[in-house]
Ligand binder design. Structure first.
Ligand code: HSE
Length: 390
């Protein structure tokens, strides 16, 4: 099997110590009009706020990420972060200069209020967790910023759903965002994105262990979540990559003609099982519903009018091989008058390239912050690409 480009995997440099805290931000009136009581936001922070609190940077994670942008592996943290090497002394987000804040998203399961959190009656919300939107998630993050005394962010950056939130920040709170980097995201959920999401949600809801969403403290719809992740993961990678890595090969030691699996099937099952070990199915539903309703133009005269509200210096980045958040979606965002750069992340890996191609991504972030020297910083996590089935 031919190899895709990519140097060897090495451990990232030791991550700077983060402060992980949970902050009560009060009641949150949702876009629906419903009130979510006593919302709590868990976040990690690196570096120090300066006297006028003008050096804050907000990093927003994607669908199944959390506040652990960089850091150590440990209990509940199977990875050294999803952008290892981004934050620290001398890193692209240099903690000698910037104070970096990364909240876990509203509706998720990274500590911030979500369906598995205790409702006012003390029991997990489960099926009673209200429908939330990307705007609600941004509003919760803004309440956190209020509590931290941060009036405006020097930079708001995120990829995928984190990019949706970054863009929503810039459109809904223009006075609070001075620079914005939107990676592999769109101004509104596309029919294609919703189409891929709906069967994932069905897989979860039709699992007999779902119990209408009230499955706590049980394990919940593990099979449904696993299938959802398999569907999703295939959309996160490009057809060309899958063809090159797996082709129609059988998984090593198995024969699909005798009930065995294909290599790509085994790969997707691996990622499905991995997610089930770390993620809550109700959160998956809440977050994909939020993602499906994303539209910065709703109630604002449409996407183009909403884009005109943006005053932050905007950088948009697309992945050349992204079939889920296509380059055309990013180009639509880049039509915003405030857009300074439309960057193309040249990669065969599809949507997940925003997590994989750290050299290109960190360079884009550093450029947006006006740090040309740091744009040349070498990636801390070069990687080896699988060359065949296991
Ligand atoms: N694979 C990433 C990106 C999805 O947009 C995640 O699970 O969050």
């Amino acid at each position: 099997m031919a190899a895709l480009p990519g140097p060897e995997t090495v451990e990232p440099p030791p991550a700077p110590r983060a402060r992980r805290r949970t902050q009560s931000v009060g009641d949150l009136t949702l876009e629906s009009g419903e009130v979510l009581e006593d919302v709590r936001v868990t976040y990690q922070a690196w570096g120090r706020l300066n006297a006028d609190r003008s050096n804050a940077v907000l990093v927003l994670h994607a669908l199944t990420g959390d506040s652990h942008v960089v850091g150590d592996r440990g209990p509940g943290q199977p990875t050294c972060g999803w952008w290892p090497g981004l934050i620290g002394p001398g890193a692209p987000l240099d903690t000698d200069e910037w104070c970096v804040i990364a909240p876990s998203v509203l509706g998720g399961c990274g500590g911030t209020t979500g369906p598995s959190s205790a409702a006012p009656d003390g029991r997990p919300y489960g099926s009673s967790f209200p429908r939330i939107t990307v705007r609600d998630q941004v509003r919760a993050e803004a309440l956190l910023a209020d509590r931290l005394g941060i009036r405006s962010f020097a930079l708001v950056v995120g990829g995928s759903v984190g990019g949706m939130r970054s863009l929503e920040w810039a459109a809904s709170l223009p006075g609070r965002v001075r620079r914005c980097v939107v990676l592999a995201a769109s101004a509104a959920a596309s029919a294609d994105q919703i189409a891929w999401s709906v069967p994932q949600q069905h897989a979860i809801r039709l699992d007999p262990a779902f119990h209408g969403g009230d499955y706590y403290p049980g394990p919940g719809p593990r099979a449904g979540l696993e299938i959802a992740r398999q569907i999703a993961h295939a959309t996160y990678r490009s057809a060309a990559e899958l063809a090159l890595r797996f082709g129609g090969d059988a998984q090593s030691g198995e024969d699909p003609l005798r009930g065995g699996r294909y290599a790509v099937q085994s790969y997707l099952e691996h990622h499905g099982k991995k997610l089930v070990r770390r993620f809550d199915a109700n959160s998956y539903l809440a977050l994909t519903e939020a993602m499906n309703s994303h539209d910065i133009g709703r109630g604002r005269g449409g996407v183009e009018a909403a884009l005109r509200r943006i005053t932050a210096e905007l950088t948009v980045a697309v992945v050349s091989s992204d079939r889920l958040f296509t380059p055309a979606e990013g180009e639509r965002v880049a039509a915003a008058p405030a857009c300074r750069e439309l960057a193309v992340i040249d990669s065969p890996y599809g949507h997940d390239a925003f997590l994989i191609e750290t050299e290109q991504v960190f360079g884009i972030i550093a450029r947006a912050l006006g740090s040309p020297a740091r744009a040349e910083v070498q990636p801390p996590r070069p990687r080896l690409v699988e060359t065949g089935p296991r």
